[in-house]
Ligand binder design. Structure first.
Ligand SMILES: [Zn+2]
Ligand SMILES: [Zn+2]
Ligand SMILES: [Zn+2]
Ligand SMILES: [Zn+2]
Length: 153
């Protein structure tokens, strides 16, 4: 008998998929959801081992993600949300717990995301971190230039 509710099956096995990996976007079952448990993320972790280090002290960081239920997932990328660099626990100045609800077919998934900020980005968190600030500055410069041209035209 065909299932009433079409559900994705896991990218790695035949089991019913739980969440989607935030990195590779593959639907995965609870067992294969951790990054080291499925391709291509496991391969990337192994091959780029030396890139997963804290940018301040060089300590090894391990991005973590796991499913607590078919619809509930926890993700800690171990990277600063402001500058996207990997950061260890000791150099994480601030962590914010974010909950993201994602509708996938008929089911909604709850992703608990640990948003880390490094010492540089923590004070700027309200402005969106380093990346956010540079965009803001770029916008400001554009406005000033536009004003200058209008004035001298
Ligand atoms: Zn699986
Ligand atoms: Zn993945
Ligand atoms: Zn560190
Ligand atoms: Zn940062």
């Amino acid at each position: 008998m065909a299932s009433l509710y079409p559900v994705h099956s896991c990218h790695e096995c035949e089991a019913e998929a739980a969440g989607r990996c935030p990195t590779c976007r593959h639907p995965l079952c609870i067992d294969h959801f951790p990054r080291h448990a499925h391709a291509p993320c496991a391969r990337h972790l192994a091959q780029h081992h030396d890139e997963y280090i804290c940018y301040v002290c060089g300590a090894e960081v391990v991005p973590e993600q796991w499913s607590t239920a078919v619809f509930a997932h926890t993700i800690d990328a171990h990277a600063c949300v402001g500058c996207n660099r990997y950061i260890c626990d000791a150099h994480t100045r601030r962590t914010d717990e974010q909950v993201k609800i994602v509708q996938d077919g008929l089911r909604s998934h709850r992703y608990h995301i640990t948003a880390r900020s490094c010492a540089l980005c923590a004070p700027l968190r309200g402005a969106g971190g380093l990346v956010g600030v540079s965009w803001w500055v770029a916008g400001f410069v554009t406005v000033v230039l536009a004003g200058w041209f209008l004035y001298h035209a």
